[in-house]
Design a protein around this ligand. Structure first.
Ligand SMILES: [Zn+2]
Length: 408
């Protein structure tokens, strides 16, 4: 008894790190968990059992083909299939999307909504939270927290949307506060039965965090992510697993790098910024297409590049955007010296349409690109911003599972 308690006390500090390993797919078996944590097999066993008792993971003792360190089959560790979820919400230039995201970055359920985002953030936040509440009712899952992704830098610690350029919100709108209020109004409560405090972050920052934990950014130490949202271009840097947000949450505003000095005026006051030279609207316009009302700008641009790349006007537009994007990336490579670049939104399609052209522009214009050849890869997650918003909500559970789930 005494021995068990000591083991569990020693194990409590390992619960969070153990959960993080299973969450990011780095501990598929108890043998790997033991090695990764640097603890005894008995401690790893107690830790896995505690996470299973909390309803977070499943320990499967049935033998599998592969053997553990001692030649015995190791217990497999998996995310509990009916475990708790985080409510994730995203607001973008064409409306919103709600999702429930489990451990492992798995999207359990999702619902989109299209609307012109009104100037009062409360309207769209109420709508997206209500869509999330409906998903919780339908699935009957327990909710551990809620995170919001917005197309704006989010100032910390205030939780305000500083520069919502492509939606009608006033600069400095207190989005986290509104989001928390919407959660309370929808009657959504945490695992402990208490009202939830919402989390909020920039959509591209959150996508980069999600890709680092679950997608194309895994294992990178200096990960640069550049992506289009539904409008505009954003960037993010993940250093040693942490988002680099700058002193006030405003770092990596890459959308306003000038990539065409003679280009059209940008809403920021400059000209020819990446934001207006390499986003879905720029692509549709350069290809001579008028955007229609049938789907989001991002979707229309994706459909065009995927479906009609053989058409000369589409190909020429793609090449122009690839060249401008490459110029921007080369500048960033010179400044940041990343060990990997990942591209999301329409930039993923531009890379896939002509990977050699983009890599050549970056290599030609960058010191580090020429000498080292920085890998440039497409993002792999669908709805990366939502998965990243869920990461914010999961973080307290990953830090201390017992305390966060009210089971201490
Ligand atoms: Zn600009």
């Amino acid at each position: 008894m005494t021995q068990t308690r000591t083991r569990l006390e020693r194990g409590r500090g390992a619960l969070g790190p153990a959960l993080a390993l299973v969450h990011t797919g780095r501990a598929p078996t108890r043998a790997v968990l033991t090695t990764e944590l640097g603890v005894t097999r008995a401690t790893a066993g107690a830790v896995a059992a505690e996470l299973e008792a909390l309803g977070l993971i499943e320990v499967d003792a049935r033998p599998l083909g592969s053997a553990g360190a001692q030649g015995r089959p190791s217990h497999r560790l998996a995310i509990a299939p009916r475990g708790p979820v985080a409510l994730a919400a995203q607001v973008h230039a064409d409306g919103f999307r709600a999702a429930l995201v489990g451990l492992g970055g798995a999207i359990v359920a999702t619902a989109p909504g299209r609307m012109t985002v009104p100037a009062d953030p409360a309207h769209v936040l109420d709508a997206v939270v209500e869509a999330g509440a409906e998903l919780l009712r339908e699935t009957g899952r327990r909710c551990v927290g809620a995170g919001l992704a917005v197309p704006s830098a989010v100032a910390e610690p205030e939780g305000t949307a500083l520069n919502p350029l492509h939606i009608a919100w006033p600069a400095g709108a207190p989005v986290r506060e509104h989001f928390t209020r919407s959660l309370a109004a929808a009657g959504i409560r945490g695992a402990d039965g208490e009202p939830l405090t919402g989390h909020a972050g920039n959509d591209i920052n959150l996508a980069a965090l999600a890709e680092h934990r679950h997608g194309a950014g895994r294992g990178a130490q200096h990960l640069l992510c550049v992506a289009t949202g539904h409008r505009g271009v954003g960037g993010a840097l993940v250093l040693d697993g942490r988002l680099h947000t700058g002193s006030a949450g405003l770092a990596l505003e890459v959308g306003h790098l000038t990539v065409n000095p003679e280009g059209p005026p940008c809403h920021c006051g400059s000209r020819g910024c990446l934001d207006i030279e390499a986003d879905p609207l720029a692509f549709l316009g350069t290809a001579g297409r008028d955007p229609g009302p049938e789907s989001s700008l991002l979707q229309q641009a994706r459909d065009l590049i995927r479906g009609d790349y053989a058409e000369p006007s589409v190909r020429a537009a793609a090449e122009q955007l690839i060249d401008r994007l490459g110029l921007g990336l080369a500048g960033l490579v010179n400044i940041l010296n990343p060990d990997r670049i990942i591209l999301g939104g329409l930039h993923r399609e531009l890379l896939e349409a002509d990977p050699e052209r983009l890599r050549a522009v970056v290599a030609e214009r960058s010191l580090w690109g020429r000498s080292g050849g920085v890998p440039i890869l497409p993002c792999t997650l669908d709805h990366g911003s939502l998965v990243g918003a869920a990461e914010l909500a999961w973080q307290p559970v990953l830090d201390d599972p017992l305390a966060a789930l009210g089971a201490a």
